[in-house]
Design a protein around this ligand. Structure first.
Ligand SMILES: [Zn+2]
Length: 91
């Protein structure tokens, strides 16, 4: 529950990158939530779901057949988690 609190409830600055390349300073609720701008919400979600490091990580995940199975299973679990989060936000 603490994680959920930090991700969706704790009062923080939005922090999404604005067009002036400055972090947005409007108030937001939760690390994963943006401020009142819909675009900032999506931007933060995108950062949470696709960190730049994942590309490197991804390269190591597909070596060998049994690793491929494990990766696919983990990936499916991740997708359903993401879908659940998006569903939660869209409500
Ligand atoms: Zn913002």
């Amino acid at each position: 529950m603490t994680t959920v609190f930090f991700l969706f409830r704790v009062p923080v600055w939005c922090g999404a990158l604005t067009r002036d390349r400055e972090p947005c300073r409007k108030n937001a609720n939760g690390l994963l939530m943006g401020c009142s701008y819909q675009q900032h919400k999506w931007q933060k979600l995108k950062f949470a779901v696709v960190p730049p490091k994942w590309r490197e990580l991804n390269r190591g995940l597909w070596v060998g057949p049994e690793k491929r199975v494990a990766t696919t299973a983990a990936f499916c679990g991740m997708i359903s988690a993401v879908v659940a989060v998006i569903d939660l936000i869209a409500k």
